[in-house]
Design a binder for this molecule. Structure first.
Ligand SMILES: Nc1ncnc2c1ncn2[C@@H]1O[C@H](COP(=O)(O)OP(=O)(O)OP(=O)(O)O)[C@@H](O)[C@H]1O
Length: 301
């Protein structure tokens, strides 16, 4: 029960000359949690992930990784894995040789390092003996994840892991990350793909110009007091529109699109059913995360 947080950051600041990349950032990532980091370009995501990996050191604030205070660059404790700006691979080596080289660098016996299993988990068994110089971005991302798997990480840090992935690659990566989290690994990933974050992450931190504008469970974003646009398809669109126009707290945005808070939407659904109108589809036009992202980061650029 007393396992330390995978990440505990308090008041982290980091500047590059005049540019304040991170401004008093707090972040908690529990073991077994997949935590999404989202924000517009230049918000500070990669900078923060770099600090978690020990690639750089913060100017101020406190950072603990797996219970260990980080004071210098390259000070990250054992059990941390991941990459920013794509994984570092040797293009002239095959996928398998790249993993073997990494295992050897870490002082492990390449034959028993679980290389085949890691390649299988990320779906690269068929290209295990191909040189990585010819790999697509999505294949390189998956190989980077396989390399991280070899270390059995307790904190995994990934910058845009879905970049360049096709649907099968995406499925492999999701499966691997979900299994790691189920085994207690804390995972922090940045992504511009809101659908990915919504599928994978239980918690999300939204950054805008170096500041946290939201941090917490995704469910809190959905329940937050924010009106969303919903697509409403029914068995009788004309009558449904009339009902919606009369319903309290509902704005009809266009045919089959209404804007509402959740309680008003609940009442509309009840009213439609009372009038014998069947509901065929009721979904947010943009997801709650995307809506929150847009609302919270507006004007940050
Ligand atoms: N090595 C550096 N030297 C100078 N400025 C930097 C450096 N690294 C980052 N910055 C600046 O810090 C800010 C945050 O950059 P960062 O790369 O962390 O953002 P990001 O959220 O990862 O963006 P993106 O979504 O585009 O990857 C930006 O203004 C960027 O220009």
């Amino acid at each position: 029960m007393d396992r330390p947080l995978a990440v505990r950051a308090r008041g982290i600041t980091k500047s590059f000359g005049e540019v304040i990349a991170l401004d008093e950032i707090d972040l908690d990532v529990a073991p077994g949690q997949i935590h999404g980091l989202v924000g517009p370009n230049g918000a500070g995501k990669t900078t923060l992930l770099g600090l978690l990996l020990g690639l750089a050191v913060a100017d101020g604030g406190k950072l603990e990784i797996l219970g260990t205070p980080i004071r210098r660059a390259l000070d990250a404790p054992d059990g941390v894995a991941g990459f920013v700006d794509g994984p570092g691979l040797y293009p002239s080596l095959t996928a398998r040789q790249n993993l073997a080289a990494l295992a050897t660098l870490r002082g492990r016996d390449a034959r028993s390092a679980g290389i085949d299993e890691a390649l299988d988990q990320v779906g690269l068994t068929d290209v295990a003996d191909d040189r990585t110089g010819g790999f697509s971005l999505g294949m390189r991302q998956r190989l980077g994840l396989a390399a991280a798997l070899l270390t059995e990480p307790r904190l995994l840090v990934l910058d845009e892991p879905s970049n360049g992935l096709d649907p099968i690659g995406t499925r492999h990566v999701h499966r691997v990350l979900t299994a790691l989290a189920a085994g207690g690994t804390g995972i922090v990933l940045s992504s511009h793909r809101m659908d990915d974050v919504e599928t994978l992450c239980s918690e999300v931190t939204i950054l805008a110009t170096g500041r946290v504008v939201f941090s917490g469970p995704l469910s809190k974003l959905a329940a937050e007091n924010r009106e969303l646009d919903y697509r409403l398809r029914t068995s009788d669109p004309a009558r449904a529109r009339t009902v919606a126009e009369k319903a309290p707290g509902i704005t009809v945005v266009e045919d089959e699109v209404v804007r509402a808070l959740v309680p008003a939407l609940d009442e509309l659904v009840t009213a439609l059913m009372r009038d014998g109108i069947a509901i065929r589809e009721l979904t947010p036009v943009v997801s709650p995360l995307e809506a929150a992202f847009l609302a919270l980061t507006e004007g940050s650029k």
